[in-house]
Design a protein around this ligand. Structure first.
Ligand code: FAS
Ligand code: PHB
Length: 394
């Protein structure tokens, strides 16, 4: 089989890249290890930068998002049990965010693939990348017990943190930087009207976050010890802890209901440089991981795909400048989001070795942001997302 682009991984990065390349007339294929149902069963991100919203609309993927998504004008941070910092990004910058779950974006992407008849292979096992540092890379994989070979011009590694693509870049070239945080997030879904605002909380008992998926589906998180499991968290314990960490005024607006999903995710920051080698280009979690505090993971996957799709389209039209600059341009945005997520994680969480001094210093920074429009502008422009750079040059 011959394809112009082979995309390894059918999560948001891979499926979005397939969609955009197909609309540009480029013959691509996605090789996804899991079943369609498994991928659609994952519950992850919820907040979209406005650049992501506009990109999805531009590529014909915005209809359901605009119908059921919830635009948000403010970022809210509760602290000291009763204080509330509310930053109006729309008033400050004319930009807002959209709350629309990653699961729904994945459904929209797969529906678009079905409609366009693009090539999305599920249960592709043992994907292996070959000769990526030549002009003739090729891919092999197992499907229904048969080995398949695909010769291609380019390979997009969109296979997440545990994928096969990143390790194909020689260790002598790869520079991996990681920061592990000493806590995790317990996330739950509950069929109850969510808090109208998106609200983070700094509390001496630990971090909390109130988000949503629709008018009757609350998405809620509390910081928990790394070695906890969901079995350590009954519904009663979860609700008691959430209401202990957020102000009474907001707690009174949420009616506890049985949780319908409960999971714990560790927090870490990770970047692998460079994001390209020969004819292989990494996008999304395959190249970087951020703690979910800044709601950047999914948005970075989208911005990588924006840069990579623009670069591939230009390359197939005779202009390789984007592919030559892709890693540099993408990493500039990645490190901007990685640093912001690291800063916000440090500001909002209770670290195991934290002292009263540390807690007061966090509270003082939140008080400063409350009183400084400049600080609120800085927080806003990083949270809603900085403008994309031009990756292709004449
Ligand atoms: P993904 O990991 O989503 O997709 C990679 C795909 O490649 C998967 O479908 C996988 O099955 C497939 N794959 C892997 N190895 C393969 C192989 N060898 N061959 C073929 N296919 C292979 N981000 C936020 O912004 N907010 C959040 O609240 C948030 N919560 C998260 C919770 C969890 C538990 C996790 C793991 C991540 C969370 N994220 C969050 C980040 C998340 O949204 C990612 O940034 C996003 O899924 C990135 O998309 P992809 O790069 O496509 O990677
Ligand atoms: C979510 O809605 O799942 C969500 C919102 C904001 C975050 C992380 C997750 O920072």
């Amino acid at each position: 089989m011959k394809k112009q682009v082979v995309i390894v991984g059918g999560g948001p990065a891979g499926a979005l890249l397939l969609h955009i390349l197909h609309r540009a007339g480029i013959d691509a294929i996605v090789l996804e290890r899991q079943t369609r149902e498994y991928v659609l069963g994952r519950i992850r991100a919820g907040v979209l930068e406005w650049g992501t919203v506009e990109l999805l609309r531009r590529h014909g993927l915005g209809a359901r998002m605009d119908e059921v998504g919830t635009p948000k004008d403010t970022i809210n941070i509760a602290w000291k049990g009763s204080e509330l910092l509310s930053v109006d990004t729309h008033e400050l910058l004319g930009k807002r965010m959209m709350v629309y779950g990653q699961t729904m974006i994945q459904e929209d992407l797969y529906a678009a693939s079905d409609e366009a008849g693009t090539h999305l292979v599920f249960e592709a096992e043992d994907v292996a990348l070959h000769d990526i540092d030549t002009d003739s890379p090729w891919i092999t994989y197992q499907h229904d017990g048969t080995e398949v070979r695909i010769d291609c011009d380019y390979v997009a590694g969109c296979d997440g943190f545990h994928g096969a693509s990143r390790p194909t870049i020689p260790a002598s070239i790869r520079r991996e930087m990681i920061k592990e945080y000493p806590f995790g997030w317990l996330g739950v879904m509950a069929e109850t009207p969510p808090l109208p605002m998106l609200m983070y909380a700094n509390h001496e008992r630990g971090f909390a976050l109130c988000s949503s998926r629709n008018a009757n589906l609350a998405r809620l998180y509390v910081q928990c010890p790394l070695d906890d499991t969901v079995d350590d968290w009954s519904d009663d314990r979860f609700w008691d802890e959430l209401f202990a960490r957020i102000p009474p005024e907001q707690a009174a607006q949420i009616t506890p209901q049985p949780t319908i999903e409960k999971s714990i995710a560790p927090l870490r920051s990770f970047v692998s440089e460079p994001m390209s080698h020969g004819r292989l280009f990494l996008a999304g979690d395959a190249a970087h991981i951020v703690p979910p505090t800044g709601a950047k993971g999914l948005n970075l996957a989208v911005s990588d795909v924006h840069y990579l799709s623009e670069s591939l389209i230009a390359a197939f039209n005779g202009n390789p400048s984007g592919l030559e600059r892709y890693s540099e341009i993408a990493l500039r945005r990645v490190w901007g989001a990685v640093r912001f997520s690291w800063w916000l994680t440090g500001l909002l969480h209770r670290f195991p070795d934290q002292t009263d001094f540390d807690q007061r210093a966090q509270e003082q920074e939140l008080l400063y942001i409350t009183g400084s429009e400049a600080a609120q502008r800085s927080l806003s422009e990083q949270y809603v997302g900085l403008p994309f750079e031009d990756v292709v040059t004449a």
